[in-house]
Design a protein around this ligand. Sequence first.
Ligand code: SAM
Length: 288
Amino acid sequence: MQKSHKTVLKKEAVDLLNVEENKNFIDCTVGEGGHTEEILRRNGPKGKVLGFEWDKKMHERMKKEKIERLELVNESYVFLQEVVKEKGFSSVSGVMLDLGMSTWHIEKSGRGFSFQRDEPLDMRYDEKSLLTAKDIVNNWKKGDLIKIIKDYSGERYAGEIADQIIKSRPLETTGGLVEAIKRAVSKDYEKGRIHPATRTFQALRIVVNAELDNLKAVLPQAFNVLEPGGRIVVISFHNLEGEEVEKFFKSREGLKVVKSVTPSDEEVAENPSSRSAILKVAEKTDGQ
Ligand SMILES: C[S@@+](CC[C@H](N)C(=O)[O-])C[C@H]1O[C@@H](n2cnc3c(N)ncnc32)[C@H](O)[C@@H]1O
């Protein structure tokens, strides 16, 4: 497989999972397998990884690799406990989540994840899901558009963007949406620091894929399947996700916070997409 994605915080994440020989781990977001492969390099000869990948095409790409000791499922991690039970996957020493966007989705999927390409307004990881970005921009009421753009991205021009989206209907492609957003925002938007469509695209992707709901659903399941002493490692790229993880780690009895880590200056220079990443780790205490 030709890999497009640069794995973020690979060494740090796998070090903090405390990967040891013959131990079993779960990677909830396999993608192109950067973290999975590093875990498998360290947990041989008998340790396994149960990997979740929601996107059928991404799953097929990884499946072709025929990686030994990896049990890969094309399922959302919201079904973590169900799948663990069904597969009889036991003695789980660590659960990993990488909540970033894969480069393959942005550059190759053709599903409108990037504001730099003119593609259908889709943004679904699971192409069987019913809600697309096109449905939202063409059918949702102004108040609902404002709410998601503001809540999920902090966009200052949410009202103006919602107005322009409504005026530009029907919107078919990301190109049309980007033009509508540009008409809505001030010309000196963020003084050129980020593209004016960055925040709105992020908000749409979060809603289309129910990303925050999924995260809320998986954290208690990750805790439940872990052995005492096992760890949960989450890499998030958005403050709402980070807050959700923090809240769960601090409030769940039987879980102790270990630490948070951000990418080094060298990693950010080599892979600018890692700049907003934050890795949080918690450990299940004995006797739970
Ligand atoms: C940032 S990528 C993972 C990259 C991987 N850690 C690597 O280094 O190659 C995130 C992956 O998670 C998948 N994903 C997103 N939401 C998911 C969910 N609810 N269940 C399972 N996989 C999901 C995406 O399709 C994407 O392939």
